[in-house]
Design a protein. Sequence first.
Length: 457
Amino acid sequence: MIEFKFTAEKLNGQVISGSLSANSVSEGKKKIYRLAEKNQLKVKKIDKKSTYLYRVRRGREKPIHGEQKAFSKKEVEDALSRLGYEVLSVNKKLIDVQFAPPTAEIVTFVKISAELLDQKLPYSEILTLLINDTQNKTLKDTLKEINNDLKKGADSEVTFLKYQSVFGKFTAYMLGLASKSGNMTEIYKATAKFLERRQEFKKNLRSALITPIVTLIVLFAAVLFYVGYIFPQTAKLFVRFNIPLPPMTAFTLKMSDFLAAHIILVVLLLILPPIVFWRLSKTKKGGFLIDKYILKIPVLGSLIHKTVIEVYCRVFYTLYSGSAESIEPIRIASEATGNKYFEEKIKTIAIPLMIKKGTGITDAFEATGVFTETALSRLHSGEETGTIKNTSLQLANYYESETVYRLKNLIELVQVFIAMIIMIVMILLTLVSAETATIHPKQPGVTSNIIIERTIA
């Protein structure tokens, strides 16, 4: 998120200032001008928070170099002067690109925070400790700014949401909510567990799906190179001398000619589908459709579906405090799943049924059609006995155990399948090469052999 500070003038001439955050410069300016139009203000100045590199010195000490985020160069100079430094130089950082820290770094931060909170250590001290020990620069700077904002009395939820580009939307929301809740330790533990499970699932999904696809693409490219370039160099030599070709060699040569004649089409068929799929996934409707049909993929779809329900139940367990306050936990838990189809069904069917018609949680969930029979049965039992919170945790743990076990078996099956495909392809290539080696001229003779040998040389 980018922070902006603006100065505006009222109709009576009074000058006021304010600040807000946005995902981009254009979005930030639009927000400011909309706010000014709504309140009949005239925008005088807009400043974007940037990083400034400074060089200062105190007395005859060695100059100190550092960097500071601020809305203007003067703001940095004034701050350093107030601290008793002689300002030697302050310049805006030309390239100020911050990459999001690895998920492992975020998980470590949340997990250690949860452990220290469990030991009753004040949160300000926890942040100070982690700032000193964090190696990732982006996360370190972010924690510094959060610590400063919280010390100034800023709202924790607003503060963390400013840095959702670093933590992720859901994690930032949970960490901000934790500081305002009465169960801060529990929310941090649940968030750490959620992040660990998501990281583990993505890793397993890569092993089960992405890695095999990449392997097949590389294998296919290698076969195309062999058939389209290496093989014809030998096979066409025999054609030139009117030597009849065996069936497999003749078929492979025809494939080679087809590839050579339609090389652009083949390349487009290889490159375009992944690009189209990626672009489609970035659109709202495309992402919705992909998330909808990915749950229907044989075998893998069932595992993804159960993992989505597991995440939902785990987050719902953390936030749910009673039937009177169930709507907000349901909404947040649906967003945490990361599946747009699941989220849409909860928000457009379950929540309206509960608000407008007073439908029970289980009946509302059943109407969405995104929960399994097992999940509905367990939640219905929990709703009847008043233990739906604990039932959600039990269901999450059950699906975690099941999906981890089944996904491990699936990965092993996929690896065997890929090994078999590679073996079959290698056997076919070997057979074609062996068949080519058995080719003989129509009228075997010394002259023909000499001509062929000379041509090859």
